[in-house]
Structure formats: structure tokens, C-alpha cells
Design a protein around this ligand. Structure first.
Ligand SMILES: *[C@@H]1O[C@H](CO)[C@@H](O)[C@H](O)[C@H]1NC(C)=O
Ligand SMILES: *[C@@H]1O[C@H](CO)[C@@H](O)[C@H](O)[C@H]1NC(C)=O
Length: 260
């Protein structure tokens, strides 16, 4: 018991000081996956449930931060959480998608392809449960606006800022602080209330765009502080959820084409 608590404390300390960029905190990933669950076809929902580990209690959203906790066991997976560029913020797959050893495809875009293909291919040697959990996490990550950050500041990780009275960094502001403040100020500290508000916008405010999110990319260039950032964060979470569902629906619907 004592040793376990100590281990958890050490792990928490290691995570707090980990310099590498990874996107969305626990709440962000949970919301993306919770939104995705609502957009799955019956077929895809069944296939996803069958692949979930027992500890997920039948909920995809419970597994969506798994990839962050495994970063210490699977060190090779660290660069898969983001895709930084040398300076122009024009992501170029051939040039930018690699790890620090120059190994190709080792970035968040390569990882999404990797685990999509693994789930589609029943002869893939990769563990399908892990592939699902990685895919669900990385589709969330790729929607965090600083995923297209600059290599030299590690996607904003080395840019120190103040978030109200606390010291933070720009990457962390987008991963965690905006969502945390929104939960406190507007959503009564209740993630499900925030999810409900975002979902309402998907069927209402963004209903004409939602179908397009399943196939197109959109870019977010602007960033400012809380009131400028929050609508962007909420929309990126919505897009992440809708697109994750679209990917899973395509993977698990055999040859059936979803009407779009
Ligand atoms: C693809 O997935 C396998 C199994 O998890 C992993 O070893 C490999 O590094 C991954 N590659 C990419 C580009 O994600
Ligand atoms: C709903 O959409 C409006 C307009 O785009 C935006 O300002 C607001 O932040 C959104 N709210 C949520 C909860 O997504």
C-alpha cells in the first residue's frame, strides 16, 4: 500500500516535470471519446466494446488517457503524441513526421495511420485492444491546436506564461488550463455538463459543418487567452469526437459505406 502510494507520487512528479509535448489532459481526452461514443454506428459500437479491456467497464472514454500513462513503459510512443514543424507551421509529412532519431512515420499523423491500418487488418501482429486505445488517444491529440507547434519550443512547452495567478506554459494552457477554468467557471466542475454543452452545439450551431468534419481538415491559426481560446478548445473537442467516430465507423463497418 505505502509503496504503491509512493510509486504513484513519483509517477505524478515525473509526469508534472516531463518536458515532452503531449496533447489534451485527462478531461480533454475523456470528452473527445465520450462525444465519439455518441456517433458510433451499432456495428462499430459493438466492435469497440469487444476490444475494450475489462477495466474500461464497457466505456471507450475510460481508456482514452491510457496512451499518456503508457508513455513511461512504451518510451518509443512518446513522439507519437504530436507533430511539430521546424518553424513555418505548414506540416509536411515527409519532412516533419519522424522521431528525433529520424525514424519515419513516428509522429501523431503516422500513428493514426498505423493504428487505423492495424485495426482494419485482422492479420496485423499488433494487439488490437492497444491499437484501439492508441487510435482513440491520438485522434484527440491531433485536435489540440498546439499539435502543430514549433520544434524549437517543443510545441509551446518551453514558453512560460502565467495562467491567472499560476505559472504554466503555453502548451499546458491548451492541454489543461482552458478546460480546467471552463469547468470551474461555467460547468460546475462537471465534465458531463461540459460534454452536454458541446454536443448541443454539434447538433445545433455546427450542424451544417459536422458532416464535413468527418472528411475534411480545418485549420485553427488564432490563439489568445481564455475567452478567445475556449470556443476553439470546445470546437476542437467536438471535431475530435466526430472524427474519431467516423474513423471507427469506417474501420468496423466492413464494406458498408456510411451515408454522408
Ligand atoms: C505502429 O504500432 C506498433 C505497435 O504498437 C509500434 O511498435 C510502432 O512504433 C507504431 N508506428 C507508428 C508510426 O505509430
Ligand atoms: C457553441 O458555439 C458558439 C459559436 O460558435 C461558441 O461561441 C461556443 O463557445 C460554443 N459552446 C460550446 C459549449 O461548444
Amino acid at each position: 500500500m505505502g509503496a504503491r502510494v509512493l510509486l504513484l507520487l513519483l509517477l505524478a512528479a515525473a509526469m508534472a516535470s516531463a518536458p515532452t509535448a503531449h496533447a489534451w489532459g485527462k478531461e480533454g481526452h475523456y470528452m473527445v471519446c465520450k462525444i465519439a461514443e455518441g456517433f458510433l454506428t451499432t456495428e462499430a459500437a459493438t466492435a469497440v466494446k469487444e476490444l475494450l479491456p475489462g477495466w474500461a467497464g464497457g466505456e471507450l472514454a475510460e481508456t482514452c488517457s491510457w496512451a499518456d500513462t503508457e508513455r513511461f513503459r512504451y518510451r518509443w510512443s512518446s513522439p507519437l503524441h504530436f507533430a511539430d514543424t521546424p518553424g513555418d507551421c505548414q506540416f509536411n509529412y515527409a519532412r516533419d513526421c519522424h522521431n528525433t532519431n529520424g525514424e519515419k512515420d513516428m509522429c501523431v499523423v503516422g500513428a493514426i495511420n498505423n493504428y487505423t491500418n492495424a485495426l482494419k487488418d485482422s492479420s496485423s501482429p499488433y494487439d488490437p485492444t492497444e491499437s484501439l486505445m492508441f487510435l482513440a488517444h491520438f485522434v484527440g491529440d491531433v485536435h489540440q491546436p498546439l499539435h502543430c507547434g514549433h520544434v524549437k519550443d517543443l510545441g509551446g512547452n518551453t514558453i512560460i506564461v502565467h495562467w491567472y495567478t499560476r505559472k504554466s506554459n503555453l502548451h499546458h494552457v491548451w492541454d489543461v488550463n482552458v478546460i480546467e477554468t471552463a469547468l470551474k467557471e461555467f460547468y460546475n466542475e462537471d465534465v458531463s455538463t461540459m460534454i452536454k454543452a458541446i454536443k448541443m452545439n454539434i447538433t445545433d450551431e455546427w450542424s451544417t459543418e459536422e458532416k464535413k468534419w468527418e472528411t475534411c481538415r480545418s485549420r485553427t491559426k488564432t490563439y489568445d487567452y481564455f475567452f478567445a481560446a475556449l470556443p476553439i478548445v470546445q470546437k476542437r473537442i467536438a471535431q475530435g469526437g466526430v472524427r474519431l467516430a467516423a474513423i471507427l465507423n469506417r474501420i468496423f463497418s466492413g464494406n458498408k459505406v456510411q451515408s454522408s
